[in-house]
Design a protein around this ligand. Structure first.
Ligand code: AMP
Ligand code: ZN
Length: 118
């Protein structure tokens, strides 16, 4: 998919509105439009990487994405109660947007990993 058609590149560029939570030189974080927990924030690298595999080839930016996720947990006050950092990859994980993104989830007791309803 060309970057010009990428939803999250458009959000980073401000062409599509988002609820900003935090940003850095290399990352941008905003609230998920369909939250799955009391706190549900997405962290994206400003550079377009299609998925976690591509992002892993840029270790500095990968580390920045994770560090931003941890910073958000502190800012949102869920660092002590606990939170989950998730990269969905591929069909079985229900992945829908092809710009690598880290989900930051918390703010309430989360369900278990894995199967639906599990
Ligand atoms: P994934 O299923 O891992 O690809 O996650 C994509 C996430 O992007 C989903 O949780 C969606 O709710 C979220 N999402 C889609 N469009 C937007 C948007 N315009 N603003 C914020 N979050 C969005
Ligand atoms: Zn993109």
């Amino acid at each position: 998919m060309p970057e010009s058609d990428c939803l999250f590149c458009k959000i980073i560029a401000g062409e599509i509105p988002s609820s900003k939570v935090l940003e850095s030189d290399t990352t941008y974080a905003f609230r998920d439009i369909n939250p799955q927990a009391g706190v549900h924030v997405l962290v994206v690298p400003r550079t377009h990487y299609e998925d976690a595999e591509e992002l892993a080839k840029a270790p500095k930016e990968l580390a920045d994405v994770i560090a931003t996720g941890v910073e958000i947990a502190k800012q949102e006050g869920i660092d002590q109660s606990g939170f989950r950092l998730v990269f969905n990859t591929g069909e079985h994980a229900g992945r829908t947007v092809f710009h690598a993104h880290l989900h930051v989830l918390g703010g309430e007791q989360l369900g278990h990993f894995g199967r639906p309803g599990g």
